[in-house]
Design a protein around this ligand. Structure first.
Ligand SMILES: Nc1nc2c(ncn2[C@@H]2O[C@H](COP(=O)(O)OP(=O)(O)OP(=O)(O)O)[C@@H](O)[C@H]2O)c(=O)[nH]1
Length: 358
């Protein structure tokens, strides 16, 4: 029970959209249910049933979001239902129903993207104004009241739109910062762990070959010691730029230590890894120039075995890198064990090493 509750809280904490939908669901049920009952008792069945549909739709959307994790669809659904029914209620109730349009405007900006929420608001306003022009006196008591409502609701919409755009932009920036290395722009250690786990699961589920290359700049400390930290930083930046330029667009580059990098090559077999490594190694040799001359790199690579945990895959590549370093640097060593379906992999086994002295 405790674990269930802890997971429940964890999901609420980490999934912003889910927590908003749940909160709105709670407000919807507590805030609108009494009105549904009141309207039904009063005999206003159109409004009563509309309120009831709103409450039931909210509950359904919250359950859908929790079960499937698809908060986008759930949000879009409640946005459509609320927008249509709130307009219908406002047309039926007149001024008393208009009060609900303001929270609806805010609500939609929480549920869907700022663009969609603006469209929903404009549709509500068009519906209400159109209806009151068609049948004067039904929604608004006077043109003055209609004008005031139009201006204030548009102001609420524009201000919320600005706020929503700012928040969305900041959230996107934070998401990038959370997975990016500040100096080089490569992905960071946290992203690497997540992506390697996903790569291992892609291999297990779909049999897609996965390869990785661990790279470590040679004698990097000397650059720092002789030319200073900023010069070392520049070499790291240049290295990342060069690797990104020379690898495929779908390959993902991570910085996971001071001068240690990892390239994840998805859908890549051993032969692909070998040729990519040889090409990148050559590019670094000819294209990476530090303040004291050319900078070289040592590389270790491995292809993911069937059913192998990602940690052991990384360890095998790391062992190859260690061998490349200890046998003289500026070289590539790739574990040539081919992936064998259902083969049991002993993480302690010594890799079959193919040294590609370039
Ligand atoms: N400029 C700079 N240096 C860094 C950064 N992070 C780590 N370092 C330095 O990287 C150096 C790594 O040194 P070592 O681990 O001895 O590696 P190395 O000198 O390249 O030697 P080998 O790897 O054995 O060839 C250390 O001097 C760290 O201070 C960074 O962000 N910027």
């Amino acid at each position: 029970m405790d674990r269930f509750f802890a997971r429940f809280l964890q999901r609420l904490r980490t999934d912003f959209q889910l927590s908003i939908i749940s909160l709105m669901g709670l407000f919807g049920v507590l805030g609108i249910s009494p009105y549904a009952v009141y309207r039904l008792l009063e005999g206003n069945y159109l409004v009563g049933i509309s309120d009831l549909v709103i409450v039931l739709s909210t509950v359904a959307a919250v359950i859908f979001a929790w079960v499937t994790g698809n908060t986008t669809k759930a949000g879009l659904y409640v946005c459509c239902v609320f927008t249509c029914l709130a307009t219908l209620i406002a047309i039926n109730l007149g001024v008393n129903g208009l009060f609900w349009i303001y929270p609806l405007i805010l609500f939609n900006f929480f549920m869907v993207s700022p663009g969609k929420a603006s469209i929903a608001t404009l549709l509500v306003l068009a519906g209400l104004i159109g209806h009151s022009l068609w049948q004067p006196g039904t929604v608004f008591e006077s043109y003055y009241q209609m004008g005031s409502f139009l201006v204030t609701s548009l102001m609420a919409c524009i201000l919320t739109l600005i706020f929503a755009y700012r928040t969305q932009l900041q959230r996107e920036q934070l998401q990038v910062l959370a997975i990016q290395d500040g100096l080089t722009g490569a992905r960071n250690r946290r992203a690497m762990d997540t992506d390697l786990k996903i790569a291992a699961s892609r291999k297990r589920r779909h049999g897609k070959p996965q390869a990785l290359l661990v790279m470590d700049l040679d004698h990097f400390k000397q650059i720092n010691d002789r030319f200073g930290h900023p010069a070392g930083d520049q070499v790291l930046i240049d290295f990342v730029r060069l690797i990104k330029r020379s690898s495929r667009q779908e390959d993902l580059l991570y910085r996971f230590g001071g001068e240690e990098f990892l390239l994840l090559l998805q859908d890549t077999e051993l032969s692909g890894l070998q040729s990519a490594a040889a090409q990148l190694h050559q590019q670094v040799r000819s294209g990476l120039l530090g303040p004291g001359g050319p900078v070289t790199v040592s590389m270790g690579g491995a292809v993911l075995q069937s059913c192998e945990p990602w940690t052991s895959w990384l360890q095998r590549a790391d062992r190859c890198l260690y061998q490349a370093k200890s046998t003289g640097r500026d070289r590539i060593i790739i574990d040539t064990q081919e992936s064998q379906p259902q083969a049991h992999v002993d993480p302690q086994s010594t890799p079959l090493v193919a040294s590609t002295d370039t």
